[in-house]
Design a protein around this ligand. Structure first.
Ligand SMILES: Nc1ncnc2c1ncn2[C@@H]1O[C@H](COP(=O)(O)OP(=O)(O)OP(=O)(O)O)[C@@H](O)[C@H]1O
Length: 363
């Protein structure tokens, strides 16, 4: 007996929002599976926020439907609907006269959770978001930095453990360095691994770092919906291609994985250099040997191969030739031979992989 597949967690069909004389969102459709992260990306005014707000009925659509777990949201009480959906916005919107802990506990209190359970959950979340409760729980929003406020906003959205999260420019108010750091913490949050998320950003790097799939919008319409890899290597039209043009190389480095470089890393070439590398290891401690998996991106690998040697190693002993620095790639099959990759080999394989992907797209 076959089991019917579960309905998508979010299903959007032909969704439109018209304002007098202006179409903000036009005939948008997509489906999101459990645990998937969809990023809504596009230039200012393309309709990202309007689309996001139609998912939790902060904006009512002109036409079309939104279903959450198979239930049309238009038939649910907005307040009840929103309690099951975490919502994080750029302006954070913390209640100024409530402490950090009180802000985080707002939704669980509305849901009637026990005070001790709320306190435990609040402390756990603040700790996980690097806001030690001893220092922060009793502070007020105005005593916090922008980045700390945004993390409290995130803790508040996570407090009732909603299965769905909507995030509108959640790192928007931060400078680029803080933003990248907080984004890293965000990606590492165990808490978010199983959540189905829709995140709005106009930042291309952010979209590529966080998305399982990206919906690139322009003029209220989806120009392309696909994985970062698909948008980069199979752009649906000129708008999509041009949108990524300025950051193309950086995005390619972040998107291609070692697995995709394998055909261009012939084992024979690599094994031929093994003896040399081994002898180098025995006579010197200068080789950088790190074991990484095929899931690592080219960027990760590049960073490992170019990172400065440990402070303990005197700079005059840095290897003159980058080819003696290498990483070891392991495959999930334990019996597969290990491969060693040097920086020149990595970059040559990257160039070939890009060339092949782009040639395949053009033909
Ligand atoms: N209440 C409204 N009345 C009329 N037009 C509106 C209204 N809200 C939004 N719009 C228009 O709809 C379009 C989409 O707005 P929206 O805020 O969704 O864009 P966005 O992609 O989120 O932009 P940004 O990145 O600048 O926040 C814009 O042209 C905006 O001017």
């Amino acid at each position: 007996m076959s089991i019917a597949p579960a309905p998508p967690v979010i299903r959007v069909r032909d969704l439109s929002k018209h304002y007098p004389g202006h179409v903000a969102v036009q005939n948008v459709s997509f489906e999101l599976a459990l645990g998937e992260t969809l990023v809504l990306l596009g230039p200012s005014g393309c309709g990202k926020t309007t689309l996001l707000k139609m998912l939790n009925r902060l904006i009512e659509p002109t036409s079309g439907t939104v279903e959450i777990n198979g239930v049309v949201v238009g038939r649910q009480q907005p307040e009840v609907l929103r309690r099951g959906i975490g919502y994080v916005i750029q302006q954070v919107g913390l209640l100024p006269h409530y402490t950090v802990a009180e802000n985080v506990g707002v939704v669980p209190r509305l849901l009637g959770h026990a005070p001790t359970a709320i306190a435990e959950r609040t402390n756990a979340l603040l700790t996980r978001l690097h806001l030690p409760p001893k220092r922060f729980a009793h502070q007020y929003p105005h005593q916090l930095s922008g980045g700390q406020q945004q993390r409290v906003g995130l803790a508040r959205a996570l407090a009732a453990d909603p299965p769905i999260m909507l995030l509108d420019e959640p790192f928007g108010a931060l400078d680029p360095v803080t933003r990248a750091g907080i984004r890293r913490k965000f990606r590492e949050l165990e808490e978010l691994r199983t959540k189905t998320m829709v995140l709005v950003t106009h930042d291309v790097t952010e979209a590529f770092e966080l998305a399982d799939r990206i919906a690139l919008l322009n003029g209220g319409q989806i120009q392309q919906l696909g994985t970062p890899h698909e948008l980069l290597f199979r752009p649906a039209n000129d708008f999509v291609r041009d949108f990524f043009a300025a950051e193309r190389l950086a995005l390619q480095l972040h998107t291609l994985r070692l697995r995709e470089l394998l055909p261009f890393l012939p084992p024979s070439t690599l094994s031929a250099s093994l003896d040399k590398l081994n002898s180098h290891e025995t006579t010197s401690s200068l080789s950088i040997v790190k074991t990484i998996s095929l899931n690592h991106t080219v960027q990760d690998t590049f960073e490992i191969l170019t990172e400065p040697l440990a402070a303990a190693a005197p700079t005059d002993q840095q290897p003159a030739n980058d080819s003696i620095r290498h990483v070891i790639i392991t495959e999930s099959d334990e019996n597969a031979p290990q491969r060693r990759v040097t920086l020149p080999e990595l970059m040559a394989a990257f160039a070939q992989a890009i060339h092949q992907a782009e040639t395949a797209w053009k033909s």
